[in-house]
Structures are given as structure tokens and as C-alpha cells.
Design a binder for this molecule. Structure first.
Ligand code: PLP
Length: 380
């Protein structure tokens, strides 16, 4: 028999989270998560789920019936799109301008499909003309996949134009909105996005571990027309929808699929309720105006942005680390002396850049002021 480990209750300090996510969680969301757990088929919980679905639809600006939260983080949302929609042997144009485009490519490969990669430099948005050329050169492509807001660099791509191009070439679009949802303009129905996924832990300022996902009617048709079974039982949306929307063959009754993360879903409900209360467009504007204050302050400290102004994400500010500065030491001092977390560089930018997040509840004047003051003191 193993001896029982003697450990104390875990009591984390209160940090200010200004990295690439998780972001600062709204106090109301933390409080919502602490409410009593009830059964996931309890009629009261089911009523909350109906509201949650309409809140996700609002955040995505979509009327898609197949809209839900996958019970797992953003990477599972990504996988949900690929395993459900893409079949072995199909061709997918995948845009890669950072870490998460490469993760999409790996998903394509793992479902046994063919990835045609459109590469752009780290820090640049996806090139619409390069994508057009790839679509012209690959008339048999079935999908266009790209990251709207590339968290590894802070670049925003033109989802509206890219999805319009996909449509012109009879391709379904698969869009990563993990960092974009709630922080920048995103209109799923108006832009004709077919499959989209996000994460709870970025601009929604919810606890990590959930992934809002939505499929257009055309994507649902593609799923229904599959010749092969979805490889993943857990992520198979035709099964999950029996729980989220009710099994139509059983009179719309919700059926057990997996045990829903009940309290985490309370948290998502609350964070999306707060977003709806603020108004999506107000939230987008708040991110932009806080970014401008931060940008001016960072530039006055002599820091240079990785991404050009016109394609810069307000919620993810990547700046080059000045010559001679010890990256890890600066982040350690910020954490230990100011309880402030900023992000390290990722992939090609590891050791070269810092990523400063202004996401959701974190996109506030006091966070910007703390970050600028702390950086100034640590760098002087
Ligand atoms: N896509 C993007 C753009 C991301 O930023 C992230 C996480 O940072 C993911 C996907 C993966 O999300 P998760 O870490 O929640 O699995």
C-alpha cells in the first residue's frame, strides 16, 4: 500500500495574467464555478445549456444549430473540426504563419488527408493572394484552414476575405478563433465561415478547458455525407449533438454522451453572459483602445512590435526583447516582484520576443498601467 502523501490545500497567489492565456478570469466567473454541482441531465441544468448555446451563437454571430462547447481545451476544438469534416485522402489548404497553423497541418496529416501548406513569415498575416494561388493550383481541394488570430506572433488574418475565397473555390473553411473570439471583429454567418473553434481561456476570460465550436449547415451536410466513421468517439459531433440539442429520434430528449463538466459550463455561461451584457462591439473597441494605450507605453520604453500596425492583434502584443536583456530573468522578476505574468516567445520567436496579452477582463487600464510600470522598473 502506498503511503498517503501529506500535502496542503493548494492556494495559488493572485497574479495578473498578461500572457498569451489563460487570461485573468472575471471574479463573477470564478464565483459561478463555485456554485453547487447539479446533475448534467437535471432540467435546471438543461435550461442553462439552452441559454449557453444562444450565448455562444451570439459570441460567434451565428445562427448555426450545431453550436456547442466541446468539453476540452482549444486543441480539442481544433481536432473536432478536422476529425469530423475531413476524410482520408481529401486535400486541405492549410495556412501556416505560426505555431497553430502548424498544429492544424498536423491534424490534417493525422486524419490521413493531404495538406497543401501555404507558408507566410512569422509575424505576417496569411497572404490572401498566396491562398488564392494555392486554391487555383489545387482545384480538388475540399477545405481551407487558417488561424484568425495567431497567438504565437500576434498577427491577425483577414478571415472575411479568406472565407470568401474558400467559397468561390467550393471549399469549406475551418477557422481557428481561439484568441480572436471576443477580442476582435468576428462574424461567422456574415463571413461564411463553415467550421470554427475557440477557447474559454483567452478573450472570454473564463476558466480554461472548454472550446466553443460551430458548424455551418454546409459543414453539417459534409459530416452527414461521410463515407467513413469519425475516428474519434468522444469528438464525433453527430453523437455529441444528442446531448446538446436533444436526440430528434427520441423527441428532442437529451441523451447521455459523456458527463458534462458541469461547473466549468456554469463559468462559461457567466463569462458569455458578461460579454453579451457589455456588447460584442463594445468589447472589440475596449480591446483596441487598451491596446493603443499599451502600445504607446511600450514604444516609449523603446520596445518594437513584431507585427506591423495594420495586422496587429490588440489582445496579443508581441515585442522584441531588447539586445542584452535576459528574457527569463525579466519574466521571473515580473512574476516574483509584481505578481505579473507576461508570455515568453514561442517557436521561432522563443527567446526573441515577449507576448503581452490584453484579453477579456485583462484588457483594463489598471493592467496596462501595472505592466508598463513594472517593465519600466525591471528594464531600468
Ligand atoms: N489555437 C490557438 C490560436 C491558440 O492560441 C491555442 C492556445 O494557445 C490553441 C489553438 C490551443 O488551445 P488550448 O491550449 O486551449 O488547447
Amino acid at each position: 500500500m502506498l503511503a498517503a502523501p501529506k500535502v496542503n490545500a493548494f492556494n495559488p497567489p493572485r497574479r495578473t495574467l498578461m500572457g498569451p492565456g489563460p487570461s485573468d478570469v472575471y471574479p463573477e466567473v470564478l464565483a459561478a464555478q463555485a456554485r453547487p454541482t447539479i446533475g448534467h441531465l437535471d432540467p435546471l441544468f438543461v435550461g442553462m445549456m439552452d441559454e449557453l448555446k444562444s450565448l455562444i451563437q451570439y459570441a460567434f454571430q451565428t445562427e448555426n444549430a450545431m453550436t456547442l462547447a466541446v468539453s476540452a481545451p482549444g486543441s480539442a476544438g481544433m481536432e473536432t473540426c478536422f476529425v469530423n469534416l475531413v476524410e482520408p485522402g481529401e486535400k486541405v489548404i492549410v495556412c501556416r504563419n505560426g505555431v497553430f497553423g502548424e498544429r492544424m497541418r498536423q491534424n490534417v496529416e493525422r486524419v490521413g488527408a493531404i495538406a497543401v501548406v501555404v507558408d507566410n513569415e512569422w509575424g505576417e498575416p496569411v497572404s490572401v493572394s498566396d491562398v488564392e494561388a494555392a486554391l487555383n493550383a489545387n482545384p480538388d481541394a475540399k477545405f481551407l484552414a487558417f488561424v484568425h488570430a495567431e497567438t504565437s506572433t500576434g498577427a491577425l488574418s483577414d478571415a472575411k476575405r479568406l472565407c470568401a475565397l474558400a467559397k468561390q473555390h467550393d471549399c469549406l473553411s475551418i477557422v481557428d478563433a481561439v484568441t480572436s473570439l471576443g477580442g476582435v471583429e468576428l462574424r461567422v454567418d456574415e463571413w461564411g465561415i463553415d467550421a470554427i473553434y475557440s477557447g474559454s481561456q483567452k478573450c472570454l476570460s473564463c476558466v480554461p478547458g472548454l472550446s466553443p465550436v460551430s458548424f455551418s449547415p454546409a459543414a453539417v451536410e459534409k459530416l452527414k455525407a461521410r463515407k467513413t466513421q469519425v475516428q474519434s468517439w468522444f469528438l464525433d459531433q453527430s453523437l455529441v449533438m444528442g446531448y446538446w440539442s436533444g436526440d430528434q429520434s427520441a423527441g428532442g430528449k437529451r441523451s447521455y454522451h459523456h458527463t458534462a463538466p458541469v461547473n466549468a459550463l456554469y463559468a462559461l455561461h457567466e463569462s458569455l453572459r458578461l460579454l453579451a451584457q457589455e456588447g460584442l462591439e463594445n468589447a472589440w473597441m475596449r480591446h483596441q483602445s487598451m491596446h493603443q494605450v499599451l502600445r504607446d507605453g511600450l514604444e516609449s520604453l523603446g520596445l518594437k512590435f513584431v507585427v506591423e500596425e495594420q495586422s496587429r492583434l490588440p489582445q496579443l502584443n508581441a515585442v522584441y526583447i531588447p539586445e542584452g536583456i535576459d528574457d527569463a530573468l525579466v519574466r521571473k522578476q515580473l512574476l516574483e516582484n509584481y505578481n505579473l505574468e507576461i508570455g515568453a516567445g514561442l517557436g521561432a520567436l522563443a527567446g526573441k520576443a515577449w507576448r503581452i496579452g490584453l484579453m477579456g477582463f485583462g484588457a483594463r487600464r489598471e493592467n496596462v498601467a501595472l505592466c508598463l510600470r513594472a517593465l519600466q522598473e525591471v528594464l531600468s
